[in-house]
Design a protein around this ligand. Structure first.
Ligand code: TRP
Length: 339
């Protein structure tokens, strides 16, 4: 039997996951998992979450459970994917220290995603060293499993580039080929990112413009009915704008009946179609997708012991794989004095 390509991906546990995560990467992961053509590892990146939440470990602890529920709810299946917890895999930290010496500070400071986050989080002068270097730890996450496929959102491309550079530096510095270069696996163009309910380019917890996978039916409806549309579309008979209209952006992403969406768009553009109608249709589309997810989530939520058992078993398996890679890394470097 030939070995299946390995998938490694994950999320920082800083809150519940929302439909932005769903279209950005969760959907892809479940699809890849269900092909049976890969060996997937899905990691809850609590160490990375601590790089900007060092003083709030309680939040990370709570979110870890919430993210695990979200994973199981969307269909990540522990019999097909190994779900594990980053902090329980000591080899990742050791690999990070080793890789750190192969990356310059200037290179870390050029990472566009990290740069953007630093501005957003207003660390000002006091960016934690752990935060600046998290792309190195992410390279450890990916290479420890020799993953070649990394399903993530577009904002993670700089981390993959950094990982490939580290792989090349390592292999060339220590005359080996044990580390492998990963590729990102991104959602189709235009489908990987959804705007917030308020029309902001990004759906994000801090902007308070999300629909969570755990939201109940009533909350979803309330949120949909409050969505940003076309501010100049005041009377039903007015011609409306489809472009930049968040409701239509969501319909493009979530509705299967493309012909119906096109019909609504035409009618909206001509005038004579009210916002309430398109919102009610979007509500129906979203409820159809989110109801089974929420129901699965509630079932797991009632059995925390089972959820932690899944994480524990996954972490045990992940630990063995990462440990093996670490031994190979130590051997390649000759820091294996007592073997
Ligand atoms: N940086 C990712 C995020 O912000 C989480 C993450 C950590 C990750 N390590 C990873 C993603 C390795 C893919 C591969 O969500």
């Amino acid at each position: 039997m030939t070995k299946k390509p390995i998938i490694l991906t994950g999320d920082r546990p800083t809150g519940k996951l929302h439909i932005g995560h769903f279209v950005g990467s969760l959907r892809n992961r479940v699809e890849l998992q269900n092909t049976g053509d890969y060996e997937p590892f899905i990691m809850i990146a609590d160490m990375q979450a601590l790089t900007d939440n060092a003083r709030d470990p309680e939040k990370i602890r709570n979110s870890l459970f919430q993210v695990a529920l979200d994973y199981l709810a969307v269909g990540i299946d522990p019999t097909k994917s190994t779900i594990f917890v980053q902090s329980q895999i000591p080899a990742l930290n050791e690999l990070t220290m080793i890789y750190m010496n192969l990356v310059s500070v200037a290179r870390l400071e050029r990472n566009p995603t990290v740069k953007h986050e630093i501005q957003q989080k207003s660390f000002k002068e006091s960016v934690p060293a752990g935060f600046l270097t998290y792309p190195v730890s992410q390279a450890a996450d990916i290479t420890a499993f020799k993953a070649t496929v990394v399903p993530v959102g577009d904002d993670q491309e700089p981390m993959l580039e950094q990982t490939r550079e580290i792989v090349r530096s390592f292999n060339s510095a220590y005359h080996t080929d044990i580390l492998v270069e990963p590729k990102g696996y991104f959602p189709p163009k235009g489908e990987g990112r959804i705007p917030g309910l308020d029309g902001n380019a990004k759906m994000s917890k801090s902007l308070n413009n999300c629909i969570y996978l755990s939201d109940d039916a009533e909350t979803i409806k309330k949120k949909v009915m409050s969505m940003y549309t076309d501010p100049n579309h005041i009377h039903v008979e007015d011609p409306g704008q489809v472009e930049g209209n968040t409701v239509f952006t969501y319909l493009d992403i979530f509705a299967d009946d493309k012909a119906k969406v096109q019909e609504l768009k035409d009618q909206y553009t001509r005038g004579g179609l009210g916002d309430v109608k398109i919102k009610l249709y979007l509500n129906e589309v979203l409820q159809n997708i989110l109801t089974p997810i929420r129901e699965r989530r509630e079932k797991f939520e009632q059995d925390p012991a089972k959820v932690y058992q899944i994480l524990k078993e996954g972490s045990k398996k992940a630990n063995q794989v990462a440990e093996k890679t670490l031994q190979e890394v130590r051997d390649a470097m000759g820091i294996n004095y007592f073997n």
